[in-house]
Design a protein around this ligand. Sequence first.
Ligand code: HEM
Length: 156
Amino acid sequence: MPDYLITWIHLVAAITLIGGLLFSQVVLTPVVRKTPSDSKSREIIRLAGRRFRTIAWVSLIILILTGAYQMLNESGSARIETAWGVVLMLKLFLFAIAFGLLLIHDFILDPYALSSQNTALPASSPIVPARADILQKGVIVLTLAVLLVASYLAKI
Ligand code: HEM
């Protein structure tokens, strides 16, 4: 497969992941919070969250595979020994933290589990648990930082 297609797939996966996370934070959750029906709101967040979780992890796997391919392409070259290689390591470090936070968010806190739709929850309890919300915000900030470092990387 030509290199430009691998880069294109890498970029589509990055757009899907970051775009979906941003959509969830700045569109879906605020709109659902304003809807009057509490049980329906919780169900929409739960179903949307579960659906996006699959999309997010497929995107992450594609990012790792296409990123590793691009790295292997450079492994024999002197480029990896320059500032480019150091900045790439910074990008991978930030990515690893984002990956870890998303892992905790999706599989340990698991805010979209069936039990999160518990109708016995008091109406005052938040639609998205505060800890999960903070983690998701952290993942957004970190993936945007990865994008910033990647843009810099493309120019050196
Ligand atoms: C949120 C995660 C990620 C985002 C947003 C991201 C974004 C980008 C962007 C925008 C580019 C620039 C394409 C270009 O102009 O050439 C790029 C290139 C690249 N990415 Fe990623 N990436 C992510 C994850 C990864 C991972 C996990 C790896 C390694 C396993 C990786 C390795 C690379 C490599 C080696 C390049 C080529 C850099 C170059 O040739 O200058 N990326 N990435």
